[in-house]
Design a binder for this molecule. Structure first.
Ligand code: THG
Length: 268
C-alpha cells in the first residue's frame, strides 16, 4: 500500500496556525510523526489558511520547511494551477502532483508537468461537470486518463487514478459506487496504474470517523485500491491496513506481523 500522509493540510487548525505564523516546529512534529508512521509521500495543501493571492508563497514556505526535516517525497496538493506549479518547482525530489481533472486540456498540461519533473501524477475521475454520480462515467473518465498517459509516454507506475471518495453523510450511495468503480478498473492497463482515494473524505461531517475510515479502507483495498491519502498517525487505521495486506497475501504472516510491517516501512 502506498501511504500519503494527509496531515500537512491547512484545513487542520494546527497547520493553519503554522502557516500564518511561519511556525516551523508544528510542521516538524507533523513531518516526524507521519514519516515514523510509514508515509511514502507527505501531502502538502495550504487549505484556506491565507487569502488566494498568498497561497503560492504559503505553498513554497511549506515545501521548503518540510524539506528541512525529511527526504520523503511530497504530494503537492492544490486545485490552483499556479500554487501547484510553484510547489512542484520547489521540490528537491520528484513529487506526486495532486491533482489533474480529467478534462483533456488540464490532463495533458499536468501530464507534461509530471514528465518534465520525473514526477508522478494523481488524475481525478471528474471533469468540468463535477464528480460523476455513477460508476460508468467514472470508468469512462479513467479510460480517458489512461489513454492520455499512454499517448504522452508516461509510465503507468507513475499514474494514480483517484476515483474520488465523497462523504457518506451527504451522499450515501457514493461509497458503494466508488467500490464498484475500483473493481471494474482492475486490468484497465498492463502494467496497472495505481488507484487512490482521499480516505478521510468519506467520514467528513460524521461521528465515529476513525471507524468509518478504517472500515472503508479495508473494503476499498479488497477491490484493488493500492494507495490512499490518509492519517497515518491513526494507529487503528494503520493496524487495519496492515492486516488487510496480510489477508490479501501481500505480506508474509508472522506472529509479529504488525511490527514487521512497521519496521519494514521505517526509514533510516
Ligand atoms: N483526492 C486527492 N487529494 C485530496 C483529496 C482527495 N486532498 C485533500 C483531501 N481529499 C484529503 N485530505 C483530507 C484532509 C483533511 C480532511 C479530509 C481529507 C478532513 N478535515 C477535517 C474536516 O473536514 O472535518 C477538518 C480538519 C479538522 O479535523 O480539524 O476531514 O479526495 N487526490
Amino acid at each position: 500500500m502506498i501511504i500519503v500522509g494527509e496531515r500537512l493540510n491547512g484545513q487542520f487548525g494546527d497547520v493553519e496556525q503554522a502557516i500564518k505564523q511561519k511556525d516551523e516546529s508544528i510542521i516538524k512534529d507533523l513531518v516526524d510523526a507521519q514519516v515514523e508512521a510509514g508515509s511514502d509521500y507527505l501531502d502538502v495543501n495550504v487549505g484556506t489558511a491565507v487569502p488566494s493571492r498568498e497561497k503560492a508563497d504559503a505553498m513554497v514556505w511549506m515545501v521548503e520547511t518540510i524539506q528541512k526535516f525529511t527526504d520523503v517525497p511530497l504530494a503537492i496538493d492544490s486545485p490552483i494551477d499556479e500554487v501547484l506549479k510553484v510547489g512542484v518547482e520547489a521540490c528537491e525530489h520528484p513529487p506526486l502532483i495532486n491533482s489533474a481533472q480529467a478534462d483533456p486540456e488540464e490532463l495533458n498540461d499536468y501530464i507534461q508537468l509530471a514528465m518534465k519533473h520525473d514526477a508522478s501524477l494523481i488524475a481525478l475521475t471528474m471533469d468540468e461537470d463535477g464528480v460523476p454520480n455513477d460508476v460508468a462515467k467514472r470508468v469512462e473518465l479513467a479510460g480517458n486518463i489512461v489513454v492520455a498517459a499512454m499517448e504522452a509516454g508516461m509510465p503507468f507506475d507513475r499514474l494514480f487514478i483517484d476515483v474520488v471518495a465523497l462523504p457518506v453523510r451527504a451522499t450515501q450511495a457514493q461509497p458503494g459506487i466508488v467500490l464498484e468503480a475500483i473493481s471494474q478498473l482492475q486490468g484497465i492497463a498492463d502494467p496497472s496504474p495505481h488507484f487512490i482515494i482521499g480516505l478521510s473524505n468519506v467520514s467528513q461531517g460524521a461521528v465515529k470517523r476513525s471507524l468509518i475510515n478504517r472500515t472503508y479502507l479495508v473494503m476499498c483495498m479488497a477491490m484493488g485500491l493500492d494507495a490512499a491519502i490518509l492519517d497515518p498517525m491513526d494507529e487503528e487505521l494503520m493496524d487495519a491496513l496492515i492486516t488487510t495486506e496480510l489477508l490479501l497475501n501481500k505480506q508474509i504472516y508472522s506472529d509479529s506481523f504488525l511490527n514487521a510491517y512497521r519496521s519494514s516501512k521505517r526509514r533510516g
